[in-house]
Design a protein around this ligand. Sequence first.
Ligand SMILES: Nc1ncnc2c1ncn2[C@@H]1O[C@H](COP(=O)(O)OP(=O)(O)OP(=O)(O)O)[C@@H](O)[C@H]1O
Ligand SMILES: [Mg+2]
Length: 254
Amino acid sequence: MSSGLELVDVGVAYGSARVVGSVSLQVAPGRIVGLVGESGSGKTTLARAIVGSVALVSGSIRLDGAELRSGRRSRDERRAIQLVGQDPFASLNPALTIGSVLDELLRVHHLGGDRTQRRARSAELLGLVGLEAEALDRYPRQFSGGQRQRIAIARALSVEPAVLVADEPTSSLDVSVQKTVLELLSGLSAQMNLATLFISHDLSVINAVCDDVAVLQGGRLVEVAPAGRFFTHPEHPYSRALLEAVPRIVKEAR
Ligand SMILES: Nc1ncnc2c1ncn2[C@@H]1O[C@H](COP(=O)(O)OP(=O)(O)OP(=O)(O)O)[C@@H](O)[C@H]1O
Ligand SMILES: [Mg+2]
């Protein structure tokens, strides 16, 4: 029985500054949990802790019940948790074609068979995110921001992760492009049974894609609730304050 991603009393500090308190949260396979909170509340820091790029000062992170230690993760553990970040321009190596990036990942993780099979799988992955196979032979600079974010999603999914952490994946995109990328992410999460942590400070975005909502304030979770309940009956005063800042969503949800 797989239990997905579990954070138990997770604490993170930069030097002596404790930025994440004691966060406990579960993301089950096939679910999308939205993490909201104002700028500086620790959302990205928590994402970094989950992917293992910053160490915990307390607590633990578990995948299907097995503890993952930061800095000492095996290749398979690193493969299992993938991050899609905010900036589609920073996330792709400008010197490599999309095809060579995907090919290398499939090769290293023994996922795609021989060279010809890997090429076919890479084309298939691009198809999943709505891009043509000819994109394989192009470089990142030849794509728009929205297309690059699709490529970043294809890259994350190429290694067949169990967990996807999306940190403000659409905040740098045009509103018109945002919607298609969000639909893509939620569709693929369901299709691949991913446990997805979706970070955003935009409640309308959270409302559009998440099953559950977790609210971070000053590095602590103040509320975790199913999205339906969160948008109609937020419990914590901070949640209410966040929602009151965007009255339109509250009305629509009601
Ligand atoms: N590398 C770092 N070294 C020291 N302090 C940091 C570092 N990264 C972030 N911080 C601090 O940790 C706190 C949380 O930052 P974090 O980036 O996790 O917030 P966030 O919720 O993602 O904000 P935003 O919505 O602006 O992306 C902030 O006070 C920030 O200044
Ligand atoms: Mg952030």
